[in-house]
Design a protein around this ligand. Structure first.
Ligand SMILES: [Cu+2]
Length: 501
């Protein structure tokens, strides 16, 4: 079908095409040689490259056409749309991440051969089977109970009883068919966020398709004509349905290697839910005050660590389908580059170093770096309220007060009374471990760490880098080399350095 797509770009943007090719070449990282030879030279080199790339094109005739033909009077031609019933791959945007120029006729991408499978902490990828060269997936939308962290469960909606949904993983050029069975008692639909596909496959209930009725199974099918980090989510009554958990990530690997593959390719989806202590359902109707913030549907201490070997090339793909909050995700001990967004690949020469990446609602960001610093490194949202669990926001500020008198007076009325939060929430978290907690609730934050109580919750996890591991199982806490842990200053230290305390 795609040989017809060549009609799609007989448009009026020849000038842009030159630019497009340059940018696209940069995007693809095809090397600087052609760039140095100037725009026209670069354009023809790009075209040659594309013809080379499309060597797998079954039909042959397509090679070089879609983007090629600069200076052939295209300025005068109006945009020609595909014929009715024929889908034309989008070709106008230089940022689309593509490693080939034609997407039909490829064998289904295989793990190991075409890609290094992603790692999904607290989750898994969606299984598929291959039927006549098509990758076939099946997602079942239903209600089930999910445990967000030890002690905190809620009735959620999700895909295939996974929360957040299983990661769909495929390869550019794969023909995919995704069945969606609706076992909810309300209508739904699935939108494929960031993916270039026919409008009718876009999953917006009422706009792109009729909504999926309870009990129905819908079929989505298209050919992946890009690679990158994308998402999927309900696009019917989204406030309720995303708020109940109908969200997931969608990763497409390049057909041809564009840059060295990462050794560890992690996928994390950020989420937020409102589960008030004592209740068993997220409340999707709230506007703010989300108290359960999650990496892949789990809040610390329920988050699985990300494990890498020293020297590994690491990619972390982060999507955000929270209801209302953007999350600046900060990694300790390393700097990274933001290499792609859900819109495409950032050309290498435009990347810059960061230690935090802001992932706004409805965005994905992929970062890359070399794990060159052994240790246990915190990775967390830097919004301090987002590393707390089930925090009430109506708490009086008692920091710094001396509550001894009040506690004595109150004790005569309420024997177990204790004013909380005088030294901050960290102490409160610890206390709550010994207190009677409301039903279905967890401490606002924390777990016992190797050196003390870790007063964090929500969007917090640990990135573990090790020199001498043979598997990526959780290696336990880091064994620090002697002399590399902060300790109490000795009297000798203080005297030597003239520190008066
Ligand atoms: Cu946040």
């Amino acid at each position: 079908m795609s040989e017809k797509s060549k009609t799609a770009m007989q448009d009026s943007q020849d000038k842009n095409r030159l630019k497009t090719k340059l940018t696209r070449r940069q995007t693809l990282g095809l090397g600087a040689a052609a760039l140095a030879s100037g725009a026209l030279g670069a354009a023809s080199t790009a075209r040659a490259q594309m013809m080379d790339h499309s060597g797998h094109n079954m039909h042959g005739s397509h090679a070089g056409h879609g983007m090629g033909g600069h200076g052939r009077g295209g300025m005068k031609k109006a945009m020609v749309r595909g014929k009715p019933g024929v889908y034309s791959y989008p070709r106008g945007n230089p940022f689309y991440a593509r490693s080939v120029d034609n997407w039909d006729g490829w064998e289904p991408g295989q793990p190991g051969k075409h890609y290094t499978p992603v790692v999904v902490p607290n989750g898994a990828t969606l299984p598929y089977k291959i039927v006549d060269g098509v990758k076939v997936f099946h997602m079942v939308v239903e209600e089930f109970v999910h445990e967000f962290a030890p002690g905190l469960k809620a009735i959620v909606w999700g895909y295939n009883r996974q929360f957040s949904g299983p990661v769909i993983e495929a390869v550019e050029g794969d023909r995919i068919r995704i069945y969606v069975t609706n076992k909810l008692n309300t209508k739904t639909s699935v939108h494929w966020h960031g993916l270039l596909l026919p409008s009718g496959m876009d999953g917006v209930g009422g706009l792109s398709q009729r909504k999926i009725r309870p009990g129905e199974t819908y079929k989505y099918e298209w050919t992946l004509n890009q690679y990158g980090t994308f998402m999927y989510h309900s696009h019917t009554d989204t406030m309720t349905q995303e708020g109940m958990g109908l969200v997931g990530m969608f990763v497409v690997h390049p057909r041809k290697e564009t840059e060295k593959r990462p050794d560890r390719d992690f996928v994390l989806l950020l989420g937020e839910y409102d589960i008030r202590p004592g209740t068993y359902r997220p409340d999707p109707n709230v506007f703010s005050g989300y108290n359960t913030l999650t990496f892949n549907g789990n809040c610390f201490p329920g988050t699985e660590p990300l494990v890498a070997k020293y020297g590994d090339k690491v990619r972390i793909r982060i999507g955000n389908l929270s209801a209302m909050n953007h999350h600046p995700v900060h990694l300790h001990g390393h700097a990274f580059e933001i290499v792609e967004t859900d819109g495409g690949i950032i050309p290498p020469e435009r990347r810059h170093p960061e230690t935090s990446v802001l992932v706004s609602v409805g965005q994905t960001r992929a970062v890359e770096f070399v794990a060159d610093n052994p240790g246990d490194w915190a990775m967390h949202c830097h919004m301090t309220h987002h590393t707390m669990n089930q925090m009430g926001h109506g708490i009086p500020n008692t920091i710094g007060i001396d509550s001894r008198k009040l506690d004595q007076q109150m004790a005569s009325l309420l024997p177990a009374y204790m004013t909380m939060g005088k030294t901050g929430m960290g102490e409160m978290a610890k206390h709550s471990a010994h207190m009677q907690m409301p039903e279905n609730s967890i401490p606002m934050m924390g777990m016992q760490g190797p050196k003390d109580y870790i007063a964090m919750g929500g969007l917090f996890t640990v990135f573990k880098v090790r020199q001498d591991i043979t598997s990526y199982e959780d290696p336990g806490w880091y064994n620090d080399p002697e002399g590399t842990v902060a300790t109490v200053a000795s009297r000798h230290d203080l005297r030597r350095d003239g520190i008066k305390v």
